[in-house]
Design a protein around this ligand. Structure first.
Ligand SMILES: [Zn+2]
Length: 126
């Protein structure tokens, strides 16, 4: 799956490169003096065609950076989620936190004990 998505990314990159060459060629023609009308017309078409590709590549890049795939820490079923988000495991309904590209339980075991010790220490100080 990773290989396929990186192949798609490369294809998108080559598409952008092709359009950059076209835009550069149009600019060159304009610089030579073939007319600002032709240049702006092709530049406009280039921007219109390039914008969805740029958005598509940007979204893909963002998802690749933020998509985390792993296992549920409770029931070990496969999970996929976005980084720095909270979700529920579809299998065991456990609240899951996605952090540092890892899945962890939202309330890990032992948290309540640690908090109880801290409250006790504060009470003693006062
Ligand atoms: Zn689970």
């Amino acid at each position: 799956m990773n290989q396929n998505s990186s192949k798609g990314f490369l294809i998108a990159l080559s598409t952008i490169r092709a359009w950059l060459v076209i835009v550069a060629a149009v600019w060159l023609l304009g610089a030579i003096g073939l007319g600002w009308l032709v240049k702006s017309f092709f530049a406009l078409i280039g921007i219109i065609l390039l914008a969805p590709v740029a958005i598509f590549v940007g979204v893909r890049w963002w998802i690749q950076r933020n998509l985390v795939q792993g296992q549920c820490p409770v029931c070990a079923s496969p999970l996929a989620g976005l980084n720095k988000t909270q979700m529920r495991c579809p299998n065991c309904n456990e609240p899951i936190k996605v952090e540092h590209k890892h899945f962890s339980r939202l309330t890990p075991p032992g948290t309540i004990d640690v908090q109880a010790v801290e409250v006790g220490a504060r009470t003693l100080e006062e």
